[in-house]
Design a protein around this ligand. Structure first.
Ligand SMILES: *[C@@H]1O[C@H](CO)[C@@H](O)[C@H](O)[C@H]1NC(C)=O
Ligand SMILES: *[C@@H]1O[C@H](CO)[C@@H](O)[C@H](O)[C@H]1NC(C)=O
Ligand SMILES: *[C@@H]1O[C@H](CO)[C@@H](O)[C@H](O)[C@H]1NC(C)=O
Ligand SMILES: *[C@@H]1O[C@H](CO)[C@@H](O)[C@H](O)[C@H]1NC(C)=O
Ligand SMILES: *[C@@H]1O[C@H](CO)[C@@H](O)[C@H](O)[C@H]1NC(C)=O
Ligand SMILES: *[C@@H]1O[C@H](CO)[C@@H](O)[C@H](O)[C@H]1NC(C)=O
Length: 486
């Protein structure tokens, strides 16, 4: 058995203690009407309230950032949250004796004194159970025509995924996966899976940065055949279906057809990558990743960052700023249209867009014409112009990481919103605060997966640099240590 030990600055507990129960609260197999529970005042990192019959998964209160509480379903052996009611900063409930989870027919997380409801499943049933596949269900006693004692499902967590899809869980066109922190999402189109980045700016889901279209080898998508859905299959692949029988697309993982009887999951990572993992019994190993190149992640170096393909290191668009000393910019306004948003202009050659095949462009006869269309438009944050093809790509969201290329004909024009350097430091602290949740949740999840990631990157023959970057990105101010013993 691998013992995983953490030295978390924000969550100073050993992982082996993470799944604990307080003496007065024993996890149950069924929650009946009248159930209620509140977190204790002790420093419990996790309080288990309900477990599945095999003991692999646990519904409970997860302590986040010392004083915050998130209701999660955790994979108990690895402490990996597979479902949560709270996906972004600001949506945490307080870790306090007043916070209460009740089952009064519906499952409600509320403040027992003020009555303020933090979260509610909004369905009426007779009992709550956690299935062995991690699906949390509210069930109602079946009435007439059914076997006595059978139950109907009135609500299930599988219908409301957070950032993870587990094996067997169907993901349909009306659902989305949202990365911890809330910046990235996965959604389905008519015949594709799309990953979107919400960097601010007008569009509903944000900018698409990855698209996987159905290959339709075994079955075709019928125009009148209804929406598609996807599912992680036990045999190690992500299947896309229209009618549920013959897949219209199969995206194989590395364990595909290797008859490894194990549990798979797919997760939208805090950095925007989509990864599949399988459980080895002691750790989660990476099985698949949608984006293989660091620089092709949606914003690996942050706003106004510059990524050089092949080197996996970050610098800044503005070469007066040093990326190693922190983000390339302070907090950026997501609205250029207010009169107070003045900007300066940064031009740089040898700039490329990371996912330009998914971006709209116009043609412009000269760099000046391309810039001019953007200059007076406050929904435009910059342009990338190809002085040979004459394609002009406007950026309709705050400038994110761009690629550094060797081609002098690729011209970048960027609006820089003047940030008072005097305010930069304090503002940045606020920015950090808002991301603490991201770091904690991501850290819990990522640390459990580090071993797996290493295995993956070694198999892929990649250097350790990306591993380090991703670690420092998502683990933030945490330190961790993984030790393997048998
Ligand atoms: C669930 O529990 C069974 C029995 O203890 C174990 O063999 C299996 O690996 C567990 N699965 C997961 C995903 O933890
Ligand atoms: C359960 O409690 C919530 C919050 O107090 C309330 O809004 C809801 O109506 C209750 N549901 C039932 C079935 O009593
Ligand atoms: C599902 O689609 C496949 C391929 O188009 C077809 O062969 C099969 O009969 C369909 N099944 C159902 C239940 O409609
Ligand atoms: C910064 O970039 C400008 C033009 O883009 C260049 O002229 C200047 O030499 C660069 N400065 C440094 C320190 O690299
Ligand atoms: C763009 O191309 C034109 C002609 O090919 C050239 O004259 C001009 O200098 C180029 N502009 C830049 C900024 O490189
Ligand atoms: C301004 O830019 C946005 C996004 O780039 C674009 O949709 C819009 O049409 C532009 N408006 C004008 C007046 O050009």
């Amino acid at each position: 058995m691998v013992m995983v030990h953490f030295l978390l600055l924000l969550l100073p507990v050993a992982l082996s203690q993470l799944v604990g129960t307080s003496s007065d609260l024993q996890p149950q197999l069924v929650l009946s009407k009248g159930f209620s529970a509140s977190p204790s005042s002790r420093f419990d990192p996790f309080l288990s309230l309900l477990t599945d019959p095999l003991g692999n998964f646990s519904l409970g209160f997860l302590r986040v950032d010392r004083t915050g509480l998130s209701l999660v379903v955790l994979h108990a052996p690895s402490s990996l949250p597979v479902w949560t009611t709270c996906q972004g900063p600001g949506s945490l409930s307080p870790w306090s004796g007043r916070t209460e989870l009740r089952f009064n027919g519906s499952l409600v997380l509320s403040d027992s004194s003020s009555g303020e409801v933090y979260w509610s499943a909004g369905a009426i049933g007779d009992r709550v159970v956690l299935l062995s596949n991690s699906n949390l269900q509210i069930q109602r006693l079946a009435k007439n025509g059914k076997t006595v004692g059978s139950f109907d499902v009135v609500w299930q967590s599988f219908g409301f995924p957070s950032d993870t899809l587990v094996e067997g869980q169907s993901f349909s066109h009306d659902m989305s996966l949202t990365s911890t922190g809330g910046q990235y999402s996965m959604r389905l189109g008519t015949d594709f899976i799309g990953l979107y980045a919400n960097f601010g700016g007008g569009e509903a889901y944000g900018q698409m940065y990855w698209k996987h279209k159905a290959l339709e080898v075994k079955a075709e998508i019928m125009a009148d055949g209804g929406p598609i859905f996807v599912r992680v299959e036990q045999d190690g692949y992500l299947a896309m279906y229209q009618n549920g029988t013959v897949p219209v697309d199969v995206e194989p993982f590395s364990t595909f057809h290797r008859s490894i009887s194990t549990f798979h999951l797919l997760r939208l990572e805090p950095d925007g990558n989509l990864k599949a993992y399988y459980w080895t019994g002691t750790s989660w190993n990476v099985d698949y990743q949608a984006i293989n190149e660091f620089c092709e992640l949606p914003s690996p170096c942050g706003p106004y960052g510059l990524c050089k393909p092949g080197e996996e290191g970050c610098s800044c668009l503005d070469n007066h700023t040093d990326h190693s000393s922190g983000p390339c910019t302070g907090p950026i306004s997501t609205d250029l249209c207010t009169s107070s948003s003045r900007f300066s202009v940064l031009r740089r050659k040898c700039i490329e867009l990371p996912y330009k095949e998914l971006m709209a462009y116009q043609t412009a006869l000269s760099p000046e014409e391309c810039e001019h269309a953007c200059e007076s438009n406050c929904s435009c944050w910059g342009t990338v112009y190809n002085n040979v093809s004459k394609f002009c790509y406007p950026l309709h969201y705050p400038v994110q990481t761009l690629l550094s290329v060797g081609d002098e004909n690729k011209l970048g024009y960027f609006k820089m919103v003047a940030t008072d350097p005097h305010h930069k430091e304090s503002r940045r602290t606020g920015f950090k605060g808002a991301h603490v949740l991201t770091q904690v949740l991501a850290g819990i999840a990522t640390a459990g997966m580090i071993t797996g990631y290493r295995a993956w990157s070694q198999r892929k023959g990649r250097g350790r640099k990306w591993y380090k970057d991703i670690g420092s990105d998502s683990l933030g101010s945490m330190e961790f240590e993984l030790t393997g013993t048998s």
